[in-house]
Design a protein around this ligand. Structure first.
Ligand code: GLV
Length: 323
């Protein structure tokens, strides 16, 4: 059996891999395995440990003649043609739940940093502009008691809502359909997107990337938000029309945006959004705590080992392969 790791992974869990298996690993830590190399190496691989930067499209699956398991170290799987995998009877494993708290915490990090203008303030100090305490110097927005609007109420949304309740926030959400059980459990209310945008002081995007969610936040939607409101995206960049977001921020029709994800990653350093004072951008680090990443690696490795033994994965995206 050959397991292809498209990223350099150091973990004691690799000891669990039977000695007779061959492990091929891309060694450059923060660089994507080149496409040519990926297609070559997957040709005789039985399993692949992948991540959101690999495109597992129809062409990939055509090359992957022996592939039995796809295991992605991520909750999102929009980079994988799941239909193609299912057609070939390949289960696709992913790593939900273990990252929900970390991603929700990053959403809060961005909310707080935007609300209290943390980076602008630090820049101000570094540029030697701080002369004295000022009555309204860097006056921002408050979070406690404010209204949070969550777009996409899944696993991460539910954790975010719980955390928000600790700050006495009112929480509304929008989703493909309302979820009365979540509403009862978490004391949150469903809203149509337009209503949520008008009402909320903080809007957090958590909807996954799909044809349905592509550019779901465009100029028209951003224009419904309040000039004091803050938009945060910790989901996927394609849910947002970045040109529209840029324009809305320039027009000061919303207060600020905190972005972990971008339409094209890595975002170009000269991208217009990055020149704005009211944008805080981080490089897709939603789940990046050491503890969380360890757990993601653990699940992704176990998914492969289970799958190669003919057992069910811990979390399968396409359960229908088992029918
Ligand atoms: C990260 O974006 C993930 O999908 O886990």
């Amino acid at each position: 059996m050959k397991i292809l790791f498209t990223r350099s992974i150091q973990s004691p869990l690799l000891e669990l891999i039977p000695k007779e298996y061959e492990v091929v690993m891309w060694k450059e830590e923060n660089r994507v395995m080149p496409r040519k190399e990926l297609l070559k190496e997957v040709a005789d691989a039985d399993a692949i440990f992948t991540n959101l930067t690999d495109q597992l499209d129809a062409e990939f699956f055509e090359h992957a003649k022996k592939l039995k398991i796809v295991s992605t170290m991520a909750v999102g799987f929009d980079n994988i043609d799941v239909q193609e995998a299912t057609k070939r009877g390949i289960p696709v494993g992913h790593t939900p739940d273990v990252l929900s708290e970390a991603v929700a915490e990053l959403a809060f990090t961005l909310m707080f940093a935007c609300a209290r203008r943390v980076f602008e303030s630090m820049q101000f100090i570094k540029e030697n502009k701080w002369e004295s305490w000022g009555p309204y110097l860097f006056a921002g927005q408050k979070i406690s008691g404010a209204k949070l609007g969550i777009i996409g109420m899944g696993r991460i949304g539910r954790i975010l809502a719980k955390q928000a309740k600790a700050l006495n926030m009112e929480v509304v959400y929008t989703n493909r359909r309302p979820n009365p059980q979540t509403e009862a459990e978490l004391n949150v209310e469903y809203r149509e997107l337009e209503v949520l945008l008008k009402e909320s002081d903080y809007v957090v995007m958590l909807a996954p990337a799909s044809n349905e969610t592509y550019h779901m936040m465009g100029y028209e939607q951003f224009a419904l938000m309040k000039p004091t409101s803050i938009f945060v995206n910790v989901s996927r960049g394609t849910t947002v029309d970045e040109e529209a977001l840029h324009q809305i921020l320039v027009e000061k029709k919303i207060f600020a945006a905190g972005l972990d994800v971008f339409e094209v990653e890595p975002i170009h350093p000269n991208h217009p959004l990055l020149s704005l004072e009211n944008v805080i951008a981080v490089p897709h680090i939603g789940s990046a705590t050491k503890e969380t990443r360890d757990k993601m690696v653990e699940i992704a490795v176990i998914n492969i080992l289970n799958g190669l033994k003919g057992n069910r994965l811990l979390h399968t995206v396409n359960e229908e392969v088992y029918q």
